[in-house]
Design a protein around this ligand. Structure first.
Ligand code: DXP
Ligand SMILES: NCC(=O)COP(=O)(O)O
Length: 237
């Protein structure tokens, strides 16, 4: 069984666009859990353009499922994670001005840095995961960092799948087989969607968790829009 962790960055984007508290991020997180999701993911970025550092602290008090905080382990992020103690921290090598995550770690180049950071999180009882591409040398090096899990960066798969190139799954299968051999748990995320998730899940052995945000929120708009438009029309009769 693969756990679904819902990334709520986009809920915070919507809230921040008006400066108030609509939608209420904490209520949305609790409702998502009550709808059956087994985790809540946030990715606070240094400019706090969606999730704010205070959101991370507030969510810690109410999330009852797996709480996953993603980000680049700069000092302010490290402090936040060590203070909030989520279930899992997912390390992502974001450039400060990146629109969204656009690469996995070079676990060879940054091996000693990652080992140090991972050890600090683990000493504080926080499970660690490393966002990573499918290159087998990088997966091998990830195991040497002491990480508990990897998160396979799925943008390339999602793009190729949409174009009909199902063989794009092959490097992900190879990466997952090696990760399993090395004792690394496997998560996955980025651009997973209702369209591609079943195929991905069925092909990846021992997929522990997927974190999904952008597509899930976009799909929710569409799947709910008809209902809400009719409710307004009814009220205007
Ligand atoms: C690591 C990853 O792929 C996601 O966390 C993604 O980065 C979402 O972040 P944004 O919502 O800021 O695009
Ligand atoms: N770790 C991936 C994530 O949290 C969500 O990515 P996306 O679905 O917003 O692309």
């Amino acid at each position: 069984m693969t756990k679904l962790s819902v990334n709520i960055n986009k809920i915070a984007t919507l809230r921040n666009s008006r400066g108030g508290n609509v939608p209420n991020l904490l209520k949305v997180a609790s409702d998502i859990e009550s709808f059956g999701a087994e985790g809540i993911t946030i990715h606070p970025r240094p400019d706090e353009r969606h999730i704010r550092y205070q959101d991370a602290r507030d969510l810690k008090k109410i999330v009852t499922t797996e709480y996953n905080i993603e980000g680049n382990p700069i000092q302010s992020f490290m402090n936040l994670v060590l203070e909030t103690k989520p279930t899992q921290v997912t390390l992502v090598p974001d450039a400060i001005d990146a629109i969204t995550s656009n690469s996995g770690w070079d676990t060879i180049k940054h091996q000693s840095f990652l080992r140090e950071v991972i050890s600090e999180f683990q000493q504080n009882g926080i499970r660690t995961s490393v966002f990573i591409d499918t290159d087998l040398k990088l997966i091998e090096a990830a195991a040497k960092t002491g990480a508990d899990r990897i998160e396979l960066y799925t943008e390339d798969f999602a793009t190729q799948y949409q174009l009909g190139n199902k063989s794009a799954i092959v490097p992900y299968i190879d990466a997952a087989i090696l990760a399993n051999e090395l004792g690394l748990g496997i998560n996955a995320g980025h651009d997973l969607s209702l369209e591609n998730i079943r195929f991905f899940k069925e092909n990846i052995p021992n997929l522990s968790e997927v974190s999904i945000g952008h597509a899930l929120i976009a799909e929710s708009l569409y799947l709910g829009l008809e209902n809400v438009v009719s409710m307004y029309i009814n009220k205007l009769k």
